[in-house]
Design a binder for this molecule. Sequence first.
Ligand SMILES: [Zn+2]
Ligand SMILES: [Zn+2]
Length: 307
Amino acid sequence: MAPLRGERPRDPAIGAERSEGRALDSCPFCPGAEEALGAILQEVPGPEGWHARAVANRFPFLGPEEGLQEVLVETPRHDRAFCQLGPRQVALVLGLYRDRVRACHERRSDWEVHLFRNEGRDAGTSRVHAHAQLVTLQGPTPGRRRLEGCLSEYHSAHAECGICAAGSAGEGSPHPPGPGSREVLRSRHFVAATLWAPLDPYHLRIFPFRHGPSIAQAESDELSDLADMLLRLLDATEALTGGAAWNLLVHDHGPLEQPALHWHLEVRPRLTRAAGFEQLTGTGVCPSDPEADAGRLRAALGHHLSH
Ligand SMILES: [Zn+2]
Ligand SMILES: [Zn+2]
């Protein structure tokens, strides 16, 4: 029987532990601690046995009939934060994300797949060893329904995908981006822009140019490109926020091609907290100017926009 969620272990000293480069307590995600892990579902082979691996979550909050929960361990090294992994390793990690999402689609094509990572206490981390989480569940969940509703509405009104339209128009502003633009960085396969209505300063979305519903269809060269872009963006964000906690969210729309639905990622630094007004109304108060944030991010990236 799975242990109760209340028995879930907590790292005793999240920040201190990583800087010491070792587990203060036994860390189940380190090599050699496999007896403390759930079933190993997939491994990316590497010189130390594995580069990254997916395991069943031993402390699921869903019952077995309600959904699947996996932990994606992103490195065997306990002392490496995601931002320190380097583009090659992050490309392998993104490949593991893709493979696990695809495996979930193959098991239950009609279930939602939610993949995310929490970096830092304010983002909800309970373990310091770099990892992402994947949860599948029977939808529709309110967040997914809202997002897909917006994208479907745009498609009905304009007869095109809203994300494709935003990408080709440089997020609705001239290219190359200048003052007044929310575009931050453009690579061969992706474009990153601050949100029109952000929940935190430097709140970003990253869209692939190629239309598709899911990361499950991403090619390896696209993921290498994304790894590079993601690390550069996280680096700039870290410099501007003084190393604030952040979440990475993968918005996936399932395995079926749909003209309105376009997968993408979201990076949200956690600099604000929902106060009374936000809780009462279910809305957010935009704490910063997304065009100015985009300008600061472009400056932090050294105006080095690749095309
Ligand atoms: Zn560890
Ligand atoms: Zn599209």
